[in-house]
Write a protein that binds this ligand. Structure first.
Ligand SMILES: [Zn+2]
Length: 215
């Protein structure tokens, strides 16, 4: 019996590089790998040549799937043209609950390895990751470090350099960036990002003096 694997980690934990190295390993041994990624992740996107690209420079052609796509059908179609030996999914957190259930079905016959984030920028589980925790036969953590030295577990969203917990789960084309941190650095950064309370008394006093000066 094959297995459904879930390998999760924070951003920058080399999940994608590991997915690509695993693919390379299978390919070297003559296995046919079906490499999938969600079309929600549109980084490195070109219309004709979708790729999985890691931050350290590894890349490979892949097939992307949309949010409503039936992965069993996608698999069957590819398996028909050339027998698929293993499925690797990158950014699997963007798969829907139903799509993870379809991956589970595929894993009855061949290994399915899913790489992705566990939680979003609000420290809540992604839909796909939640279902993977429920259904995976094997769950592993790809560890990475916070700037303080502790393990990074939170994928903090930054807008104009400030950590925020507001906004949609997926921002497309927005000017946001992400930083992986431990929970305590995250809560501290969140606190520091809140607007400071204005000392109204001092402000009125200043305005008053300015007014008098101008007089
Ligand atoms: Zn930290």
């Amino acid at each position: 019996m094959a297995k459904l694997y879930f390998k999760y980690g924070a951003m920058g934990s080399s999940k994608t590089a590991q997915a690509l190295m695993t693919r390379f390993n299978y390919t070297q041994k003559g296995y046919n790998v079906l490499l999938l990624k969600s079309s929600v992740d549109n980084r490195f996107e070109t219309a004709f040549n979708p790729q999985v690209v890691s931050r350290i420079g590894l890349s490979a052609d892949c097939i992307k799937f949309s949010s409503g796509e039936n992965l069993l059908n996608l698999f069957t179609k590819n398996n028909y043209s050339k027998k698929v030996d293993v499925v690797i999914v990158d950014e699997c957190q963007f798969a829907s609950k139903t799509q993870v259930e379809q991956l589970k079905q595929i894993s009855k016959d061949i290994p399915v390895l899913c790489y992705g984030l566990l939680t979003n920028f609000k420290t809540e589980l992604f839909e796909g990751s939640k279902r993977l925790i429920e259904l995976a036969d094997s769950i592993d953590e790809v560890k990475s470090v916070c700037k303080c030295g502790a393990k990074a577990t939170v994928n903090a969203r930054k807008i104009n350099g400030k950590v925020t917990t507001s906004g949609e789960e997926i921002l497309i084309g927005a000017e946001e960036s992400y930083e992986s941190m431990c929970y305590w650095c995250f809560t501290k950064a969140l606190e520091n990002s809140k607007p400071k309370l204005v000392d109204f008394k001092a402000e009125i006093k200043n305005k008053h003096y300015n007014y008098l000066e101008r007089e």
